[in-house]
Ligand binder design. Structure first.
Ligand code: PLP
Length: 406
């Protein structure tokens, strides 16, 4: 949709839901229905052939899930115009989880014999999908430092089988950033598709379409929903046409989201901008506090001047985000002690909820990974990951301070 009279992304998040509301409902209703009726056989035929617009079956599309997908697509496209100066009409498909979005997006665009290229740091589920599922279908996978453009160009030149470059920026655990515009430029030259996991940033902090990306996916479970009450995902293309292959796979795998979760997501997105501003300002204060603390040996936060990707992150993101990690000098034991002493922080994996979540990857999410392999990925024994919430910053810092004291 075009955002008439809307100049800011915060306004768009609240008002851009373009669905026509039945009975003038103010909030998008939950359409809990599997099928949609036809007036007569001719209409059924016209709906299925695509001659007439309209719903048929909720695995193919549903008003509540479509409203949430379109809203996120509108935010990803916000302020981006085509050559003619028209705002692009991005399109989205809502899925049952972030994993479903990633897998559907990737599977729609690869075949046996193809190779996927990515950066060295990937979300665990994506990494495992590339490593343990795709090889069974004859799809290869290479990881390299995508900011090394000389190496990237040489690799693209050598390996014609590369069909997708998959990016995550910022990425766990070090909050490393990738120069999305530079990678997209090179990818165009070699006719390679660029896909981005924009979960950590959300469209409020970073719009990959502005930087030349082809497809975007999110785990909406995190900051987009924002309240930790539903698992979900979304795949976004620059226009409906660009999602045609994805839609075909989507319908046949049956990865659609349900209308109840879509409703919760729509509620959450209304406050996206306000929440992100607070999440990010709290994270910046927490990062600075941790950086000067004697019990902490290293803080990974792309909003700190000492982070190697500080300038890059500033150039492509509005704020640096609200996820950070840090290393405790006392290693594994120190990390366990710290986690157990926290009062306000909630011990849980995941991120992007209103409250703060803290996890110890070495004993939780990565406990099953061999230590050597874990260390190679930067997940040291004393590494703590934190998703900074919306609480009063003074409470946050006080809790960190008491948990760090010995
Ligand atoms: C959580 C997450 C995913 C997977 O999403 P689910 O909703 O858990 O399936 C993918 N990428 C990133 C960066 C994530 O944080």
């Amino acid at each position: 949709m075009t955002h008439k009279n809307i100049n800011g992304l915060a306004t768009a998040a609240i008002h851009a839901c373009s669905a026509v509301m039945p009975e003038h409902a103010h909030a998008m209703p939950i359409f809990a229905t599997s099928s949609f009726t036809f007036d007569n056989a001719a209409q059924g035929m016209a709906r299925f052939s695509g001659e007439e617009k309209g719903y048929t079956y909720s695995r193919f599309g549903n008003p509540t899930t479509d409203a949430a997908a379109k809203l996120i697509a509108d935010l990803e496209a916000f302020g981006i115009t085509d050559e003619k100066g028209n705002t692009i009409e991005a399109w989205g498909l809502l899925t049952a989880s972030g994993q479903a979005a990633m897998a559907t997006m990737i599977m729609s665009h690869i075949s046996a014999g193809d190779t996927i290229l990515s950066g060295p740091s990937l979300y665990g589920g994506t990494h495992e999908f590339f490593h343990s599922i795709l090889p069974r279908f004859g799809v290869g996978y290479i990881a390299l430092d995508l900011n090394d453009t000389v190496l990237l160009e040489a690799t693209l030149q050598q390996k014609a089988s590369i069909k997708i470059i998959h990016l995550e920026s910022p990425a766990n655990p070090g909050m490393q950033c990738i120069d999305i515009a530079a990678v997209s430029r090179l990818a165009k030259k070699f006719d390679v598709l660029v896909t981005v996991d924009n979960t950590f940033a959300t469209p409020y902090l970073q719009q990959p379409f502005k930087l030349g990306t082809d497809l975007i996916f999110h785990s909406t479970t995190k900051f987009l929903n924002g309240h930790g009450n539903a698992i979900g995902g979304v795949i976004i293309g620059k226009d409906q046409q660009s999602l045609q292959k994805v839609y075909h796979t989507y319908k046949l795998l049956g990865v659609n989201a349900n209308p109840f979760d879509a409703f919760l997501l729509l509620q959450g997105i209304k406050t996206l901008a306000t929440r992100m501003d607070r999440h990010c300002s709290n994270a910046a204060v927490a990062a600075r506090f941790l950086q000067q603390h004697p019990a902490v040996s290293k803080v990974n936060y792309n909003g700190l001047e000492t982070h190697p990707d500080y300038e890059l992150s500033k150039s492509q993101m509005r704020h640096a985000g609200a996820v950070l990690s840090f290393e405790l000098k006392d290693g594994f034991e120190g990390a366990i002690r710290f986690i157990d002493k926290l009062n306000i922080f909630v011990r849980a994996v995941s991120l992007g909820t209103t409250d703060r979540l803290v996890s110890h990857p070495a004993s939780m999410s990565h406990a099953g990974v061999a230590r050597e392999q874990r260390l190679k990925a930067g997940i040291t024994d004393g590494l703590i990951r934190m998703s900074v919430g919306l609480e009063d910053i003074t409470d946050l810092i006080a809790d960190l301070e008491q948990a760090l004291s010995t």
